[in-house]
Design a protein around this ligand. Sequence first.
Ligand SMILES: [Zn+2]
Length: 283
Amino acid sequence: MAKIYLDPGHGGNDPGAVGNGLQEKDVTLAIALKVRNYLNTNYSGHSIRMSRTTDTAVSLAQRTNDANNWGADYFVSIHINAGGGTGYEDYIHSNLSDSSTTAQYRNLMHEEIMKQVDFRNRGKKKANFHVLRESAMSAILTENGFIDTVADANKLKSDAYLNRIALGHANGIARVFNLPPAGGQDTYTVQPGDTLWSISRAFDMTVQELKDLNGLTDDTIYPGQVLIVRGTGFEQGPVYHIVQAGETLWRIAQEYETTVEAIKSLNGLSNETIQPGQRLQVK
Ligand SMILES: [Zn+2]
């Protein structure tokens, strides 16, 4: 399972860059939450952790320590630029060669983000930023437009435009890790009285898996909340079916979206004869 660490820049008493009525910390958080949502909706085989999911102050060291302790596979730091320019650029650490894994990851990210946005392309850059240097895994820092340039700020004020920025990031991450499309994922709507522990038991997961998959940083859940409960990245236990009178292997295969051959193979059947009451493994 690919472990993706999303890092919305700044937060809390650190607004980041400000301009045209926008604060960088708000825009980076909005984009990062959308990236998480796109990844969880469209892809499977990954888990996401975020340096923050609300407007809170997190130091640079806390961010990289958190990602390192979690064992992230990719650190994606999202920022908005300032200083009077215009457009999009991204960074990897200065010591990395253009043929490094991190540079190859960045090439995919850059391509996917530029597919979605009409920002001027300012290119692929390198810098000795803390989050790039102190993260133990591949890391990228994206600068999505200039907050103090009216044309860029107007784009950043549009929720639809933030969606495009986020989709570019999500598709880039999906390409980097070759994430399979969603479909094998189930969701569960939290009921009153549920706890993460009770839900984890019900779906044969650990509490930590549940938290990672949903990007939860603490154990707080609320009734009505929709949780992803099992990605295709998890091993699924066998599924059994008790044969009912009149059923055929073909009909059972249809019901479980599998094939007659697969069921025969799972159960060591040499022909298609089955009996009512017989217990068949179907997956
Ligand atoms: Zn920033």
